[in-house]
Design a protein around this ligand. Structure first.
Ligand code: SF4
Ligand code: SF4
Length: 439
């Protein structure tokens, strides 16, 4: 194991030492989780979280999937956990429920979500589903209940949701309302996109917390939303802070196919040259700027988001103890001059490789009704977040059209419509290979 890596035993030992010094809460000696002793694997900065009355760690836990890693995060001073009823079929909430029993609940901010594609069937169902979430979380209340991945503005006004939440707030079971968004489901209204949906939520006045994708490639769109949140005192949670595409995944798959004497299908063949060109451009960029690996840009990308005080907390899907060590080392850090140089250059030379997620112009332009934004997002889960199973399951469940032969003969309306110049077709070809696991 390299010296930069940390094993579970060492991490737990370090985390425990940090915990003793920090006085971070375990039942019986409850103190604020907001005061960890400075150390490499502990939170260094807490921020005012809108008007919720909470101060949250600048880095927080998004959709935890490993209980031991989650416990390490809590011990290190992370005090916000994000989850949702659909994550791991409720097991993410169950895992959090077990882990938080050892902590002072009042020092933790728990955010969960209810999802619907179109509208919530009834107030009764909203209340029942919230009560079930509370049972799984083993808590009397959630700090925030969000509408999960709002796909249009209409859902923000959903009467069943708001009536249910009004009652749950009175009962003390829900403290704040929030909304997360990945952009529009174009099938309902092609005029909408992430910006329009979230601006509607901000203007609505009933939502205290907004969860959005923010990174150095979508800054133009996201920073307007963050600014609007700041003006209204709305708390912000950030997801997808690292937009850096993993280059080369497809190359190795294609090489394997070649070794096996298989040929890529026509769709892939049609765009493979362009895909390879992106890989070559990435290699040149990495070498020209002396960048060792993706991890280096990932750190710069994280510092970009952490530097913006309007981005209150950045969610991270900690998959391992190593992730915890690496990410918590970034807590309290700000953008460095080399980061600025590298990220600006990345935008200039490789901006066409990263979908900004949420602007939706590509989808509205597609004559085949292919949800380009959504598929590129699933490919992001697969190739950047390494959540292969989750990405493939979502793709398999997609009831809309998928990239197909139609794309081969198409002049590329989606690419033409994208104001960021994203090379959607080779990315869609790669997404299809990844998400259908074509080998
Ligand atoms: S491909 Fe372009 S238009 Fe489509 S969602 Fe991504 S950035 Fe927006
Ligand atoms: S290439 Fe054409 S058919 Fe395929 S997603 Fe883009 S616009 Fe739609």
């Amino acid at each position: 194991m390299s010296s930069s890596r940390i094993n579970r035993r060492n991490f737990l030992r370090n985390a425990t030492l940090g915990t003793v010094g920090a006085g971070i809460a375990t039942t019986g000696s409850l103190t604020a989780a907001n005061n960890p002793v400075p150390g490499p694997a502990s939170i260094k900065e807490y921020r005012k979280f809108g008007k919720t009355g909470f101060r949250v760690s600048d880095i927080s836990c998004g959709a935890p999937s490993n209980e031991a890693v989650l416990r390490a995060c809590l011990k290190s001073g992370i005090n916000l956990i994000d989850t949702g009823e659909v994550y791991m079929n409720g097991n993410s909430e169950r895992m959090i429920g077990r882990a938080i029993q050892d902590y002072d609940r009042s020092k933790l901010f728990i955010n969960t979500k209810l999802y619907t594609e179109t509208s919530f069937p009834s107030k009764k169902e909203v209340i029942e589903r919230t009560n079930q979430a509370l049972e799984r979380l083993q808590t009397d209340y959630v700090d925030c209940m969000q509408i999960h991945s709002a796909e249009n503005s209409a859902i923000l006004k959903d009467e069943a949701f708001h009536d249910g939440m009004e009652q749950l707030k009175k009962e003390g079971k829900v403290r704040h309302l929030g909304v997360s968004c990945h952009g529009n489901n174009w099938a309902y209204n092609t005029d909408e996109n992430l910006e329009k949906i979230l601006m509607t939520a901000i203007d609505d006045g009933r939502f205290d917390v907004i969860l959005l994708a923010y990174n150095f490639v979508n800054a133009g769109m996201a920073e307007e939303i963050l600014e609007a949140c700041e003006k209204k005192g709305i708390a912000t949670m950030i997801m997808k802070s690292n937009p850096v595409h993993i280059f080369g995944l497809l190359d190795s798959r294609m090489e394997k196919m070649e070794e096996q004497g298989k040929e890529a299908d026509d769709f892939m063949q049609a765009y493979y040259d362009k895909y390879r060109l992106m890989n070559e451009q990435a290699k040149t960029f990495f070498s020209d700027y002396g960048i060792k690996d993706d991890a280096e840009i990932k750190k710069a990308a994280s510092r970009y988001v952490l530097s913006n005080p309007k981005a209150h907390t950045t969610l991270w899907d900690f998959q391992s103890f190593n992730d915890v060590e690496e990410m918590l080392a970034l807590s309290g850090q700000k953008l460095e001059s080399r980061d600025k140089l590298v990220l600006n250059a990345y935008n200039k030379h490789l901006g066409h490789t990263a979908c900004r997620i949420g602007c939706n112009d590509c989808e509205a332009a597609c004559p085949e009704n292919i949800p380009v934004n959504k598929i590129l997002r699933y490919n992001y889960y697969f190739s950047v977040k390494k959540q292969e199973k989750r990405a493939m399951t979502k793709y398999a469940k997609l009831s809309m059209n998928k990239p197909s032969e139609a794309c081969i003969d198409c002049v590329g309306y989606c690419e033409k419509a994208c104001k960021y110049g994203v090379w959607t077709r080779p990315l869609l070809a790669s997404a299809r290979h990844n998400l259908e696991l074509i080998v």
